[in-house]
Structure formats: structure tokens, C-alpha cells
Design a protein around this ligand. Structure first.
Ligand SMILES: Cc1cc2nc3c(=O)[nH]c(=O)nc-3n(C[C@H](O)[C@H](O)[C@H](O)COP(=O)(O)OP(=O)(O)OC[C@H]3O[C@@H](n4cnc5c(N)ncnc54)[C@H](O)[C@@H]3O)c2cc1C
Length: 566
């Protein structure tokens, strides 16, 4: 590959989404020479697509006057089916109001109520209206605000730089190697500490709400470097995505009062969650929709209807303009006049790189935060509005920790790793073989069919077999391109390698957990089993290659574990 420039910074953040930018701003404010590497222009990170809002117990809504962090924590822990670590949830919920006010003061234009306070809407699994929002474009507003903050501090951005590997030596992260996509050159980055904030893995699944760039890179980089992945079997399926294209239709729609209706015109959620109905947690609503469809009560194309019409044109235009636009552009219907056909789609990864509440991975100098990390505050099922919060609260903490826990640089080690990586990618380039596209299609289909909303042993074993076959075929995969400049097939091939690794981790973790909890629902083990499985799954590559599974205890302490319904 081309030249061999070596860059150095105190703190390197991989990822220009909300988690990465918040960490970078904090490290920079502490005095670190900070850089952000992002494989896309930062404002194109998936955070920009977040719609419905961000949770904080502000108690602004008349229905939530005595809301407080403890109630927010309880809802989060109950929604997680008691798998979230309660010390981390306490941090998340205590610091939530401060995180929201900080972004507001930095410039985010949140929607307001009639008294001029930040408006709060109801969201799934929350006892009271607690979700702050900027219409239904919350992520767009937050990300633009944070990007301005980062840019105004002079943080160095390497945009369209794709990190291909981490440099780990003596159990310490020394930096990373990145491909400058535009030129096709590889570069070494030497740092005192490195933060992974690379987002989720939605693209391992068919029918995902995620961006094409959500390809598990950071999780796979950490996994290969020896870090553990936690609770990978917990994959969130969002109940309401547009039928066919699976573009997200925010929970904000149900928060504003939209109904879910089957082909007989019944609001069926009352059957499955008599109190919360449409605002039960996502795992419950997604399964209920699938049960209706399987019982023959769906509409053509395997969907149910999300009916907003009774909300009235004014409310829909003011509170849900993005949803209305999506329905008009992609389904050719106006939700003011017609219901929206919806079906569940893959949405979020509760699992990720196993980290402490300060983002420590167990490898010195290597930190992780945001959707690629598992702290864990979401357990077996994340509540809507808690992920944006997770990126901001823990982004700040991890940026601080990365500044304080920096290690000696080792530029020669990075340089040697760069030379090895140049050789590896050159070989990938010169080989000829099966391209990424067909293998990727097969992987997505396998994951959706075998590790979807309903799982069982036979189906998962079959799926694991297919993934192993795909892994073997991938060893012979080639880029099949003569051009190194802006070589998308090189990037896609590297991403596919990351995704296959992570798909395998999801599959094995799911097979080992013989119970049903939150988003992990096994028809052959339909009950929750606290005696055997109230614990985190950890998967790692023992000898650098073969995955091994172990378990660790859940941190309790705030609320006792119980069986509760919605
Ligand atoms: C459609 C949609 C709507 C959502 N709505 C909400 C909501 O309303 N409320 C809520 O709480 N949550 C919501 N979520 C979830 C939430 O938006 C995400 O979990 C969160 O924004 C993730 O932020 P992040 O910073 O961890 O990652 P991302 O925003 O995904 O950013 C990842 C970054 O990593 C970079 N990157 C990845 N790999 C590499 C590599 N190899 N080299 C260099 N850079 C790399 C990318 O360029 C990108 O900048 C939504 C998610 C989706 C998909």
C-alpha cells in the first residue's frame, strides 16, 4: 500500500458519533492533544438518525411531577430484566439531567412545553413521560451540537480514515493502523490511550434500521486484541419499522399516542401487556406483533398497522414531522390520513465490549464507549431514549479516564505493525476469489433466520454451521479491484471480516444461554431462569483464535430482583 506516515496524539478516539465526540471533547478539555478518526464524515455517523429522544428525570411533564433518578433507574433495571449492572445504571440516571442540560446550553434546540420548559414524552417501559426530544430528529440536533463543540476546540479530525487494526504490545494498546480511504494509503497512529466508539453491528442482520456503516468494527478489533465481549446474545428488535424497507418509525409515535392494530382492527397490545399496552418495552411489543402475524392477523407483507390518525394533523406535523415524511417518501402514504404498515426490525446491540463504568477494557490504554461497549446499563433489553443518554454520560467519563490513564507511547511498535498491515492488505488486494457481496447476503439472512426474535437450539445450531462455512469461504475472499483510491470493495471486505467474527460471537452466546430473558427469547427454553442465568455472558478468543465462554455476576444492590409484568 502507499506511504507510511506515522501520526501521534495523546488520546485517539475512533468514531465520530455522539459517544466518540463527547469523549473527545472531555479529553481535550482536560488538556490532551486529541484526535478523532472516523470512517465517514462525523455528521454521517448513525447517531444522526436517532429520532425519538433522550431520557432524563426532569419531572417537567404534569404527569411526572415527582420523577427522580431512582424511578428512572428502576424502570431501566426492570426493562433490562435485571441483567443491567445497578451501579452503572445509578450513574446513568443520576447524571442524566446534567447531560441533557449541558447539550442544551451548548446549543441543542429541544422541543418545549407551553411553559417554555423542555418537553417530555412517554416512552416504552417508562412509568412517566421522561423523554426529552427535538421533534423526531433528536440525534441530528445533538450530533450537530457536539460536532460544533469538538471543531471549535481544535480537535484534529481524520475523516474517512478506516481503522483496520489495533496495535497491542505487552498488554497495552499503543495505537492503531488506519486506511485513508480517499488515497488508499495506510497510516500508523501512536497514542497514549485509545477510545473505541464505533457504534453497533446492525449490518450483520437482514431487516435492520441501522446505517450501512454499522458493521461491528470496534467490537471485532477489541475481540481480536484480546478484550472480552459481554452479553452478545441480546439483540434488540424494534417493533415498528416501515414494512419492507425497515426504516425506523420512532417509538415517539406510540409515545404521542399511536395505536398498533391487527387486520381485524383490534388494538392487540392489551392482550399481551394489559397496563402498558403500546408502551411496553420493545422486546415485548416486537414479540406480540410477530405472534399476531403468525396467527394470521397481519396484513399483506407480514406487518401490522401503526395508526396515528386520531392524533390529528396538527400534532403529527409538529411532533412527528420526520415520521410523516418517511411514510410519504417511502410508503407513499400520509399518516394523517392512513395507518403506517410496520414490522419489527433489528435495531440495537445491548451487548458489546466488556467495560467498567469508566470504559476500561482490561487492556491497558484501550477504552470503549457507546453502542460498541457493554457497561452494562441495558441488560437484556434497552429502553428507548437510554442509548443517546448512555453515549453522553459515559462519553464524558471515558474521555476523562482516557486522559488520566494514558501510557507510554511506543512509536517503533506502531511502525512495525504498520509494515505488517501493509503486507496483509497488499495480499488481500492481489488475490482473486469470491467477493464480499454474496457472502454478506448469506450472513445477514442466516442471522435473521436463526438468531432473530424467536430462537431454538436446532435452528441456532444450523445457523452456526452456516456461519462457520461462511468463515471458511471468507478466508478465500478477495477485493477484486485494481484501484486503491476510494476502494469501497476493500472497505466492505474488511468490514465483512469484522462482521463474521461478531456474528459468531452472537451465535455462540445465544446458544449457551438456555433460558428466555428480554430480547433473547428461546421457544425451547421459554422461561426466565434466575438461578442459572442471572449473570453476564463473556466471550473471548482464548488462544487468539478459538472463542471461549465464561460468566460473571450481575451487580445488584439498588433494587431486589423480582418477577414483574407490564
Ligand atoms: C434509526 C435509529 C434511531 C434511533 N433513535 C434513538 C433514540 O431516539 N433515542 C436513543 O436513545 N437511541 C436511539 N437510537 C440508538 C442510538 O442512536 C445509537 O445507539 C447511538 O447513537 C450510537 O452512538 P455511537 O456514538 O456509539 O455510534 P455511532 O453514532 O454509530 O458512530 C459510530 C462511529 O464510528 C465510526 N467508525 C466505525 N467503524 C470505524 C472504523 N473501522 N474506523 C474508523 N471509524 C469507524 C463511524 O464512522 C462513526 O463515526 C437509534 C438508532 C437508530 C439506528
Amino acid at each position: 500500500m502507499g506511504n507510511k506516515d506515522l501520526y501521534r496524539h495523546d488520546v485517539i478516539v475512533v468514531g465520530g458519533g455522539l459517544a466518540g465526540l463527547r469523549a473527545a471533547v472531555e479529553a481535550c478539555d482536560r488538556g490532551a492533544d486529541t484526535a478523532v478518526l472516523s470512517k465517514v464524515y462525523p455528521l454521517r455517523s448513525h447517531s444522526v438518525a436517532a429520532q425519538g429522544g433522550i431520557n432524563a428525570a426532569l419531572g417537567n411533564s404534569p404527569a411526572a411531577k415527582d420523577d427522580n433518578w431512582e424511578k428512572h433507574a428502576f424502570d431501566t433495571i426492570k426493562g433490562s430484566v435485571y441483567l443491567a449492572d445497578q451501579d452503572a445504571v445509578e450513574i446513568l440516571c443520576r447524571e442524566a439531567p446534567g447531560a441533557v442540560f449541558e447539550l442544551e446550553h451548548w446549543g441543542t434546540v429541544f422541543s418545549r412545553d407551553d411553559h417554555g420548559r423542555l418537553a417530555q414524552r412517554p416512552f416504552g417501559g417508562a412509568d412517566v413521560p421522561r423523554t426529552c426530544y427535538a421533534a423526531d430528529r433528536t440525534g441530528h440536533n445533538l450530533l450537530n451540537t457536539l460536532f460544533e463543540q469538538a471543531a471549535s476546540r481544535g480537535i484534529r479530525f481524520y475523516n474517512e480514515f478506516f481503522v483496520t487494526s489495533l496495535v497491542v504490545d505487552e498488554e497495552t494498546c499503543r495505537g492503531c493502523i488506519a486506511l485513508d480511504i480517499l488515497s488508499g494509503n495506510l497510516h500508523g497512529f501512536s497514542s497514549k490511550s485509545l477510545v473505541l466508539a464505533t457504534g453497533g453491528y446492525g449490518m450483520i442482520y437482514d431487516h435492520s434500521t441501522n446505517s450501512l456503516i454499522n458493521t461491528a468494527d470496534g467490537m471485532a478489533l477489541a475481540y481480536s486484541a484480546g478484550a472480552k465481549l459481554k452479553d452478545m446474545e441480546f439483540v434488540q428488535f424494534h417493533p415498528t419499522t416501515l414494512s419492507g424497507s425497515n426504516i425506523l418509525i420512532s417509538e415517539g409515535a406510540r409515545g404521542e399516542g399511536a395505536y398498533l392494530v391487527n387486520s381485524e382492527g383490534d388494538r392487540f397490545m392489551a392482550k399481551y401487556a394489559p397496563q402498558a399496552e403500546e408502551l411496553a418495552p420493545r422486546d415485548i411489543v416486537a414479540r406480540s406483533i410477530m405472534k399476531e402475524i403468525q396467527a394470521g392477523l397481519g396484513f399483506d407483507g407480514g406487518c401490522v398497522h401503526l395508526d396515528l390518525r386520531h392524533l390529528g394533523a396538527e400534532k403529527i406535523r409538529e411532533r412527528l414531522p420526520g415520521i410523516r415524511q418517511i411514510a410519504m417518501d417511502f410508503a407513499d402514504l400520509d399518516p394523517v390520513e392512513q395507518p403506517i404498515p410496520v414490522q419489527p426490525g433489528q435495531h440495537y446491540s445491548m451487548g458489546g465490549i466488556d467495560v467498567s463504568p469508566d470504559g476500561e477494557t482490561g487492556i491497558r490504554g484501550l477504552f470503549a464507549v457507546g453502542e460498541c461497549a457493554c457497561i452494562s446499563v441495558h441488560g437484556a433489553n434497552r429502553l428507548g431514549g437510554n442509548s443517546l443518554l448512555d453515549t453522553l454520560v459515559f462519553g464524558r467519563r471515558v474521555g476523562d479516564k482516557a486522559f488520566n490513564e494514558s501510557h507510554d507511547e511506543a512509536a517503533p511498535v506502531v511502525e512495525a505493525a504498520l509494515n505488517r498491515e501493509i503486507k496483509r492488505l497488499d495480499e488481500l488486494f492481489s488475490s482473486r476469489g469470491e467477493s464480499f457481496a454474496s457472502l454478506m447476503r448469506e450472513m445477514k439472512k442466516t442471522m435473521f433466520e436463526s438468531f432473530g426474535i424467536f430462537r431454538d437450539e436446532n435452528n441456532m445450531q444450523e445457523g452456526l454451521g452456516s456461519l462457520n462455512e461462511l468463515g471458511k469461504k471468507f478466508e478465500g475472499a478477495a477485493v477484486n479491484s485494481a484501484r486503491k483510491i476510494f476502494c469501497q470493495s476493500l472497505v466492505r471486505t474488511l468490514e465483512l471480516g469484522f462482521m463474521l467474527d461478531i456474528a459468531g460471537a452472537v451465535a455462540l452466546s445465544a446458544l449457551w444461554r438456555k433460558e428466555s430473558r428480554g430480547s433473547h427469547y428461546r421457544t425451547d427454553w421459554p422461561d426466565r431462569d434466575d438461578d442459572r442465568y442471572l449473570k453476564h455472558t463473556l466471550i473471548s478468543k482464548t488462544d487468539g483464535q478459538k472463542p471461549a465462554i465464561e460468566y460473571s455476576p450481575v451487580k445488584l444492590g439498588l433494587f431486589p430482583v423480582k418477577e414483574d409484568g407490564y
